[in-house]
Structure formats: C-alpha cells, structure tokens
Ligand binder design. Structure first.
Ligand code: HEC
Length: 152
C-alpha cells in the first residue's frame, strides 16, 4: 500500500513539472505580469519616439533607430502570454474576447510586428517624413488591438 502511494506521489510531481514546462508560464499570474511588463516597456519606448515625432525632442537618427529596434524586438515577445488559457481572469485588462477569438487577436499582433518592421526601415533611412508617417501607422495598430481586446 505504501509503495503505491509513493508511486502516485512521484508521478504527480513529475506530471506537474512536465505540465509547467509545456505551459511555459507556471501560473496565469506570471503570464499577465509578463505581458504587462512587455507592454509597459513598449509604451515607454513608443513615448520617447512620440516626443521626437511631435517635435518636443530633437531628432537624432541613432537614438530613434535604437528605440525602434527595441520596440520591434519587444513586439515579438508577449503573444503567447496573452493567449494562455485562463489569463483573462485576475489583475488584467485583457478582455475574454482575446481567448475566444485567438485568430483575430493574432492578426492584430501580426499587424503590429509588420508595422514595426516598416518603422525600423524608415528609422534606418533617416527620412524624417517617412518616420513620422510610419510612426502614425504603428500607433494605429496599437489602438486597433486595444479597442478590441483591452478593457478600459
Ligand atoms: C495584439 C494586441 C495588442 C497590440 C498590438 C498592442 N497592445 Fe498594448 N495591450 C494589449 C492588451 C490586451 C493589454 C492589457 C494587458 C493586461 O492587462 O493583461 C495591453 C496593455 C498595454 C499597456 C498597459 C501595460 C500595463 O502597465 O499594464 C500599454 C502601456 C500598452 N498596452 C501599450 C501598447 C503600445 C504602445 C502598443 C503599440 C506599439 C501596443 N500596446 C500594442 C494588447 C495589445
């Protein structure tokens, strides 16, 4: 009898480890914190570029490019953490629609990645008019997702 319980406990522990490895995030809270942290960073670096685009900060090609590359990299990170089952509950502003409509959410995410790649190209070229126009397109892709999937 004792032996069987040992086996069951061992199995449960191993299954637990495998489960968390597959899930990538041990808890839904971690996924929520992860995506909010990435979004926070994206917001900060978009804000720095926005100040330049609005003319509140001087334009410097290297600085602008560095911010654009950072946001491009960040924009590839968080999507798994958004689509984790159950992560629409808790300290989050994500609407349940994101999980009910994963395809639509992924399109909005892909749209940001595409627009960010174009912003990096514009930033690379140093053409300030092209940068301004493309920065606006990136901003639209943020709003497009927020208006569908973020509660306010
Ligand atoms: C594909 C969807 C999607 C895209 C694209 C997107 N966001 Fe978000 N964003 C969300 C969702 C959903 C939340 C709410 C996350 C939560 O509370 O769990 C969020 C939260 C945020 C937050 C709040 C983070 C915090 O501190 O809790 C900021 C800031 C933000 N986004 C900025 C941006 C900016 C800037 C862009 C564009 C460059 C952008 N987002 C693009 C879906 C998106």
């Amino acid at each position: 009898m004792k032996g069987i319980w040992k086996t069951i406990v061992c199995f449960a522990i191993v299954a637990g480890f495998i489960g968390s490895a597959y899930a990538q995030f041990a808890r839904t809270d971690d996924a929520i914190k992860y995506r909010q942290s990435v979004m926070f960073l994206i917001g900060q670096h978009m804000g720095r570029m926005g100040a330049v685009v609005k003319g509140n900060q001087p334009y410097n090609r290297e600085d602008f490019l560095r911010n654009a590359v950072l946001v491009e990299t960040l924009s590839k990170l968080p999507w798994d953490s958004f689509l984790l089952a159950g992560s629409d509950k808790g300290q989050t502003q994500m609407k349940s629609e994101a999980l009910e409509n994963k395809g639509k959410f992924e399109v909005a995410a892909q749209n940001l990645e595409t627009e960010m790649a174009k912003l990096v190209s514009a930033a690379n070229s140093g053409d300030f008019n092209a940068i301004k126009a493309q920065f606006g397109a990136v901003g639209k892709s943020c709003k497009n997702c927020h208006s569908q999937f973020r509660s306010r």
